[in-house]
Design a protein around this ligand. Sequence first.
Ligand code: CTP
Length: 406
Amino acid sequence: MSFRGKSILLGVSGGIAAYKAVALCSRLVQAGADVKVIMTESAAKFVSPLTFQAISRNQVMTDTFEEKDPSVVSHIHLADHADLVVIAPATANMIAKLALGLGDDMLSTTLLAVTSPIVVAPAMNVHMYSHPAVVHNMELLRQRGITFIEPGEGQLACGYVGKGRLAEPEEIVTALAAILNRGKLLSGRKVMVTAGGTQERIDPVRYLTNDSSGKMGYAIARTARDMGAEVTLISGPSSLPVPAGVEHVPVLSALDMLEAVTSRFEQADIVIKSAAVADYRPAEASPLKIKKKDEELTIRLVKNPDILKTLGERKTGQFLVGFAAETNDVIEHAKDKLQRKNCDMIVANDVTEEGAGFGTDSNRVIFLEASGTVEPLPKMSKEAVAERLLSRIAERLAGRVGGGRS
Ligand code: CTP
């Protein structure tokens, strides 16, 4: 693992695990990285800045106003020159500051100016780690594209046994190498992702929809962007923030989505249809609110076009991925969809399983490929599913003659 030529900004916040950040700094320096360290005042109570200075052979910053080089503004200079930022250990306080956008010390101020990927390795007491505010802040940061390296379980400095130990320096170094590497995986590729559920109008105040939250599709869009792709996200209504740097095309109905997708299909290299498209729509949307009259009301539904199938028929070398949300005979149904819709890959999941499917942060999926490969993955975060999916697609595209469309 080489970090030669890479500039890493290591943020150390105030927890006992700050001592482990010394080993992390040392490993990164040994692997060839130029490591610049920013410590919070509390971190400096656990480990001396001189320790990091000696190991990194760079000046350690703790104070926003301690401007030692008059030719630069330190927090902007450090942010601009980092290829990657890692906060280890990240306390609950530092995570909250990052989530809120506070800049009241050197580290949090610098983080506001960072445009490169940020990796956060939390360390804290087990109860603090599961506090709703901390959980909420971490989820918010994940949605903004920040990567977390989960703490390990074991004996904590506070005496508790549980989750909260800073991940081991080796694990952090491996994760950082993967993130630096992934920036190139999809560079030059155009990725189109559909997400969320569609809305099918009944009248001006009512519509038919489904439980899709858009979380899976948004995670795919963010990850594809981080892997260097040019990303278009065509999304049904969702409360999730649109990832920065991603082209967002909001749509409502399946017919809107069909139009948005087909008009951009030709330019795309990879198309991932994670949207939950309504199979049927009301035959006609009433222009006026339907008043309650009879004991029964019948709304006639007509079939929506199958967008994925349409793309499968028009495919000219795009790598086409569909999703299959199933409640039974998952593999059988997914294989059928793979063939019927002429996809290169289907991501199947059993939506009745706990921690999988609509609205959850995790998923347990199976990758089925046109070549016949069936690969069940363990339960993991939607971010991790996105990462595995896009890495697999990058691999398949690289394996094609000429490295592009088949
Ligand atoms: N899909 C689509 N257009 C539709 C319905 C589905 O593009 N009108 C896409 C979805 O985006 C997804 C895949 O097809 O990628 C599978 O969706 P799913 O709802 O599981 O399958 P259906 O084809 O609708 O089959 P069924 O409802 O019978 O399971």
